[in-house]
Every structure is written in structure tokens, then in C-alpha cells.
Write a protein that binds this ligand. Sequence first.
Ligand code: MTE
Ligand code: MO
Length: 169
Amino acid sequence: MLSAEVTPRLGTASWTFTVDGLVERPTIWTWDEIHALPASSYRGDIHCVTTWSKLDMHFDGVSVDTLLDGVETAAEHVVAVADHGYTTNLPLEDVTGGRAWVVDTFDGQPLEPEHGGPARLLVPHLYLWKSAKWLRELRLLSDDEPGFWETLGYHNYGDPWREQRYWGD
Ligand SMILES: Nc1nc2c(c(=O)[nH]1)N[C@H]1C(S)=C(S)[C@@H](COP(=O)(O)O)O[C@H]1N2
Ligand SMILES: [Mo]
């Protein structure tokens, strides 16, 4: 399970990233604006649901903590929204505390379109379907809202250490 969509070719000139939902007003960054934020990187492993893991991956981007800095919200859930409408849901707690990034660089190179470039969500402590490729939006919600794979039977939380692949695991 790699991509539900045809790989979109997204130019960075018109790319924007939005935090919206249960906020006073949405915050929107352009490509240049998001790069003006403090950079943050992840080095470690990632886990796909079909049992493979990739070890010692190196991504650069922006911590979701930085993106939510100064955002007042009563939300406890978040839905990550990709360019063509792929969605995945997470507890807000799981994208904060230095555990999630919006990344645009892999091993020092711009993230390839096949892997979600220009930018994807990276939540390495959960199964990789939570790491939405071609990320455009984080929608803050009071109530949980299952995303694309979660609606099709994938586990709502997706902890690889507890092998939470499907509903009921
Ligand atoms: N937008 C989008 N993001 C997605 C998916 C998808 O179908 N669409 N698939 C997920 C799944 S199931 C996996 S395993 C990883 C694959 O990432 P990769 O192509 O970089 O290996 O992306 C995740 N993010
Ligand atoms: Mo996957």
C-alpha cells in the first residue's frame, strides 16, 4: 500500500500549507514562508503496515509544534489532508511534542514526488499511512474523524509496536 492517488506534480510556487478547523482563523504559509520557520529534522526508522520497515531514514522539514505555535485551539484531533483529498486522522497529541514533521527533504535532497514531494507529513512513531504524502492541510477537530484508510478498515490509531493494522487489532 503505497499510494491511493496518481502521483501529483505540485509546483512549489503555488504550494501553500494551511492549519485550519477549530481555530480562530486559518494560518496559511507559502513555500517561502514555511522555509523561514526554524528547521527540524528526523533521523530514524519508519514502519509500513505491510510489515516492512525502513531503517535510519533522514528527513528535514518543520516540526508540527512550530506550525501550531501560537495557534489557540480546543481541538483534540487532527485530520491531515493531502492535495487530492487523501485524509488520515490522528490524535492532536501524536503530532505534537516533537513527534511529527512536515518534511520536504530526504537524505539532503528535495523529497521526490513519488514519496510525497514537495512536502509530506512524517509521523514516524505510527504506521506510515498516517504520514500523508502531498500534504496541504492540517485540520484541527474536536471529534475524531476517520480518514481514507481508516474508513476502509485500517486501525484508527496505528501503533506499529502493538501491530495495530486493522480495526480490532
Ligand atoms: N496522500 C497519500 N499519502 C499516503 C498514502 C496515500 O495513498 N496517499 N499512502 C500511505 C501509505 S499506506 C504508505 S506505506 C506511505 C508510503 O510512502 P512512500 O511512498 O514514501 O514509501 O505513504 C502514506 N501516505
Ligand atoms: Mo502502507
